[in-house]
Design a protein around this ligand. Structure first.
Ligand code: G1P
Ligand code: ZN
Length: 547
């Protein structure tokens, strides 16, 4: 390659390239303006320092702008001296598969192109996230370093070459850099087969009385779920629905919840409900699981997986510990107590679990936002959770619904819900949070609705591994009936603000375990809303999404 193929382009910083809960997410229009993506990518490379000879994995969830972004990043990586890129065929890699590849091939990190469960298309969202050599999302110190780079950037390097062929498996070269286009599914599928009892799950899925459905929501998990569930594990063809990745996710939100996974939900209810159902999100790290006519809350799912890990071959050595994000219900803590293992409480976002896993302190972890995972990789993993459930179902010979009900009888039930108020004026929402933060330490002792506030604080986390402190991670109120409410603003949106109100309450009375969640939590939700003045600040009395 002649050195003249490397172009140095002068640029100026763009405001707002600060990564949020999970990477940098913006509207496509913002990402597609000349230099915007390039600036951020060069900021990642500058944070790396010397890129010469380094190796990266690269891929995304297939949303609109994915392929163009891959071409730009590949040319920039070559110009910056990287030694090799591993790219998923078609530019596709699910987030868990990316994490798997980084670890398996020992690359220096990876770049994931995704805005997760946000919609895709020219008027919708795009995102980019950097994962480190452990396979996990960059910790806050690294995302902050990237952001600092983005504030002073004045040039980026890019190769002046034609596009590379993304759809054919094999090796090629871009300037002096090697590129290998790989099957995005194979390594991940091998990893799953090493954790779960595929023979027994195959028996279950080929049993004529067991029918399941996996809704890939037109997103990246389609090829993974088809290869694993249908081709390897014998599920009926058609088990995977919406299985072809689409740039616009079929025009929907690739968000696995009761609102957006409508088709799946319909199949799990009605006259002839299926035995088991699951869905995953845009980039394949989230999961929702359903039994026959039965919604399984992600907090319960996490607790059930931890309690039954002894049934899965990959967890025969036991669990070192477990962790959950702070707003996630405390159902997991009760399992940890029974297992006599530590349970860590982290801020929202997967990046906080990585250190705990690297230090061998936890094996399984999760969040209320349909995220569960384990130390097999350093991301949450949607299909892993589905296979875990199937492995438990086949070993316990019980339907999903009975597994959850028996869990509640044994441990008690933590009723949990999250109310999202979307599209709020960002300034007003920020003001509301700021006022609450000012008052928070004075709240204990105050009456809110029918309840009295016993304790309240602003959650801060001190990482037990590196000692890093993350403050301002959510405002909490504990009421005198044992219930809890948590407030925070979303860090993954691309426009306006979203207020999240999380609420949970523990119940052990056997006659009160099978009741309606919203009814059980109504009093606490009202109390929380009054204490904060949601209606006054937002003009809203009902949330947009309830999960
Ligand atoms: C949301 C979820 C959080 C999850 C993140 C990335 O972040 O609440 O649990 O880790 O998406 O999937 P938020 O928008 O609340 O900042
Ligand atoms: Zn996701």
């Amino acid at each position: 390659m002649s050195m003249s193929a490397i172009k140095t382009i002068n640029t100026r910083p763009f405001a707002g390239q600060k990564p949020g809960t999970s990477g940098l997410r913006k509207k496509v229009a913002e990402f597609a303006q000349p230099g915007y993506l390039e600036n951020f990518v060069q900021s990642i490379f500058n944070m790396f320092g010397d890129c010469r000879g380094k190796r990266l994995a690269l891929g995304g969830d297939g949303r609109y702008f994915n392929r163009q972004a891959i071409q730009i990043i590949a040319r920039m990586a070559a110009a910056n001296g990287f030694g090799k890129l591993l790219i998923g065929r078609g530019g596709l890699l699910s987030t868990p598969a990316m994490s798997c590849l980084i670890r398996k091939y020992d690359t220096d990190g990876g770049i994931v192109l995704s805005a997760s469960h946000n919609p895709g298309g020219p008027d919708a969202d795009f995102g980019i996230k950097f994962n480190g050599a452990n396979g996990g999302p960059a910790p806050e110190a690294v995302t902050e370093a990237i952001y600092q780079q983005s504030l002073s950037i004045d040039k980026f390097l890019i190769l002046d070459t034609a596009d590379i062929e993304l759809d054919r498996i094999g090796g090629t070269e871009l300037g002096a850099m090697e590129i290998e286009i790989i099957d995005p599914v194979a390594d991940y599928a091998d990893l799953m087969a090493s954790i779960f009892d595929f023979e027994k799950i195959l028996q279950l899925l080929t049993n004529k009385r067991f029918h399941m459905c996996f809704d890939a929501m037109h997103a990246v998990t389609g090829p993974y779920a088809k290869a694993i569930l249908e081709d390897q594990l014998g599920a009926d063809p058609g088990t995977v629905i919406n299985g072809v990745p689409d740039e616009r996710f079929g025009g929907g939100h690739p968000d696995p919840n009761l609102v957006h996974a409508r088709e799946l939900v319909d199949r799990m209810n009605g006259d002839a409900p299926l035995a088991f159902g699951a869905a995953s999100d845009g980039d394949g790290d989230r999961n929702m699981v359903l039994g026959s006519g039965f919604y399984i809350n992600p907090c319960d799912s996490l607790a059930v997986l931890a309690a039954n890990a002894n049934l899965v071959p990959g967890y025969q050595d036991g669990l070192a510990g477990v962790a959950r994000s702070m707003p996630t219900s405390r159902a997991l803590d009760r399992v940890a107590q029974m297992l006599e293992i530590p349970c860590f409480e982290t801020p929202v976002g997967w990046k906080f679990f990585g250190n705990l896993m690297d230090a061998g302190k936890i094996t399984i972890c999760g969040e209320e936002s349909f995220g569960t995972g384990s130390s097999h990789i350093r991301e949450k993993d949607g299909l892993w959770a589905v296979l875990f459930w199937l492995n438990i179902i086949v070993e316990s010979r019980k339907p999903a619904r009975s597994i959850v009900r028996e869990h509640w009888q044994r441990f008690g039930r933590d009723y949990f819900t999250r109310h999202d108020f979307e599209g709020l004026d960002a300034a007003r929402a920020g003001d509301m949070m700021a006022r609450l933060r000012e008052r928070i330490s004075a709240l204990p002792g105050e009456q809110a609705g029918e309840l009295r506030i016993e304790a309240a604080d602003d959650f801060a986390y001190a990482d037990p591994v590196d000692g890093g402190v993350s403050a301002g991670q959510g405002l909490r109120m504990f009421f005198d009936d044992g219930s809890r409410a948590v407030f925070r603003l979303s860090g993954t949106g691309t426009a306006n603000a979203t207020l999240r109100l999380y609420c949970d309450k523990y119940e052990t009375d056997p006659s009160l375990l099978g009741l309606d969640t919203q009814r059980m939590l109504a009093q606490s939700l009202t109390a929380a809303g009054e204490a904060v003045g949601i209606a006054e600040f937002t003009g809203r009395t009902v949330p947009d999404v309830i999960t």
